[in-house]
Ligand binder design. Structure first.
Ligand SMILES: [Zn+2]
Length: 555
């Protein structure tokens, strides 16, 4: 039996469907993020299974907009004023234009450059809708009715999204996938030679510590007294080449002592890497790592790490392991973390707020309003990460049972969390990468002090290096970036990273100017641990010996 409705009921139903569809289109940008966050590869940067807060906040945000539009439509129908109906019809077309423009701007930001095909198609649609608005004012409703029919059809996207997300939910990794691996038992202390205690090594990786900006071309006003003091009694390599331009390739290469050509996350525990000369990706976990080799030397290896889920992946190669896992590895994941921390009511408010900011942003030259709010959140999280890593690193550094310690510090990686002038932590838009350099300097000074107080300074070797230099592509134009950095990075990112080796008991400096790959860091640390290298001159000879054969085999 065909469904027969009165014209008034039909009208009400069509208003309802249009309101729901338009409400959903208003949060289309959020659906993109919810969809992006479904990727299982993002689990690598999670500490627990994904939470549904972003999905619920998006649905509730869409519902609030839908109710708002439906109430408006009902009010306009009730009042029955023709001019009001015309205004409402034009406003409906304007709302569609806003939705299309938000998506167009999002595509441009996401792809980091304008895609002409998509831009032209969306602008053409915008123009048709503008023509529709003119038509409505003149009493011609052809374009309006077509737009209404298309919008009503698009309501189907809502159940399709939900079916898709339900499907993705069933594919999620279980909570057990996020468990850390159990540690190795502590070994008894290693015997020293004669009166000298057994060497211990602290390998300190400062994320994004740039050789050029920190040392080679230090700008006036940038003061790094502790690093300079350390360099004045250390082996300092001035041309240590980074293993890769970004963390997820550089750090695994450093820890495995082999430069991987490519890396990608697969799930909560798997980072796939492509070794040189291999055409297949292998699990990084199964590759050699410096900690297992330290264990073979009878050493207790410990790790305090940032960003990478070290303890889940390599925990069973270590006697101690603590990490602060990324959680900010992509926009979608940052949002998920933010929403999960905020709770549902505040997340819904955020969805509405971002919709408003995005509307305002359409009339501003730089459409970054929504992102900026999250930048501040990331900055605050970054400071918390730094403080936790710092405290744990100092605790492990002064424990004499730890023979080999690797620390991955989240500084001077942006955002800036320190004020060099005030010599204190701060969350500001005005601080820069240089302030974070001063934080690295302070960290090195504090570490020296705690080691001296523990009576371990002379028996401890420090190796300070980085994964890569300051990345223009990632940070330019954002929070804590200034035109000065545009100028400084005009010639490209520094390919070199600091390499400062302060050998235990040695104070004679040596500047090593030849170029070598930073990939030797781990092996050199082990050579110090085994007693093979104990002076700066021996370190220079060791590196010179390593640099040559590697070059030949690489050819
Ligand atoms: Zn990095």
């Amino acid at each position: 039996m065909p469904l027969s409705l009165s014209p008034a009921a039909k009208q009400r139903l069509s208003d309802l469907i249009l309101s729901v569809s338009l409400g959903n289109l208003c949060v289309l940008r959020r659906w993109y993020d919810v969809e992006d966050s479904q990727a299982i590869s993002l689990d690598y940067f999670r500490t627990h299974p994904p939470v549904n807060t972003p999905l619920y906040a998006t649905l509730l945000g869409a519902a609030i907009f839908s109710v708002f539009f439906w109430l408006l439509a009902t009010l306009v129908r009730r009042m029955g004023k023709p001019w009001l109906l015309t205004a409402a019809r034009a406003a409906f077309l304007a709302a569609l234009i806003v939705c299309l423009e938000t998506i167009r701007q999002y595509w441009n930001v996401r792809n980091d450059r304008a895609d002409w095909g998509s831009n032209l198609s969306l602008v053409a649609l915008d123009l048709i809708l503008v023509a529709g608005m003119v038509g409505v004012l003149r009493g011609q409703l052809r374009i309006l009715h077509t737009a209404e029919r298309v919008t009503m059809l698009m309501v189907l996207s809502l159940p399709l999204f939900l079916i898709y997300f339900a499907g993705m939910h069933s594919l999620r990794e279980p909570a057990a996938a996020y468990l850390e691996r159990s540690r190795l038992p502590l070994l008894p202390p290693r015997p020293g030679s004669g009166k000298r205690p057994a060497p211990r090594v602290l390998w300190l990786l400062f994320d994004e510590l740039d050789q050029r900006l920190a040392f080679d071309e230090r700008q006036p006003g940038v003061e790094l007294p502790e690093l300079d003091r350390l360099r004045a009694e250390s082996f300092a390599g001035t041309h240590a080449l980074q293993t890769a331009g970004w963390t997820m390739l550089a750090v695994p290469s450093l820890l495995s002592g082999e430069i991987f050509r490519h890396s990608e996350t697969a799930n909560a525990t798997t980072l796939l890497v492509e070794p040189a000369g291999s055409k297949t990706m292998v699990n990084w976990r199964d590759q050699p790592n410096v900690f297992r080799r330290a264990r073979e030397l009878g050493a207790n290896a410990a790790l305090v790490g940032w960003h990478i889920p070290y303890c889940r992946v390599l925990g069973d190669s270590l006697t101690r392991c603590v990490d602060e896992i990324g959680g900010m590895a992509s926009d979608a994941l940052t949002q998920e973390t933010y929403f999960a921390e905020s709770g549902l009511p505040r997340s819904v408010a955020t969805v509405l707020k971002w919709r408003w900011e995005s509307l305002v942003g359409l009339f501003q030259p730089a459409p970054r309003a929504g992102e900026h709010a999250l930048d501040k959140y990331i900055q605050a999280r970054h400071l918390q990460d730094y403080l936790r890593i710092r405290d744990r690193a100092y605790a492990q550094a002064v424990d004499p049972r730890v023979d080999f310690l690797f620390v991955h510090f989240p500084a001077p990686h942006l955002f800036a969390i320190y004020d060099a002038h005030r010599k204190d932590f701060t969350l500001s838009e005005k601080t820069t990468y240089f302030d974070n350099l001063a934080l690295v300097d302070r960290t090195v000074g504090e570490l020296r002090k705690v080691l001296e107080q523990a009576g371990l300074w002379d028996s401890t070797t420090l190796l300070i290096t980085a994964d890569h230099g300051l990345r223009y592509a990632l940070w330019h134009g954002g929070l804590n970036w200034t035109p000065e950095f545009d100028r400084l990075l005009e010639a490209g990112q520094s390919p070199t990273v600091p390499f400062i080796l302060k050998l235990g008991g040695e104070t004679k400096p040596l500047v090593y100017d030849s170029s070598f790959s930073n990939v030797v860091s781990g092996d050199l640390g082990l050579a110090v641990l085994s007693g093979e290298v104990s002076t700066a001159a021996q370190a220079a000879a060791w590196i010179a010996g390593r640099a040559e054969p590697r070059k030949v085999t690489a050819r």
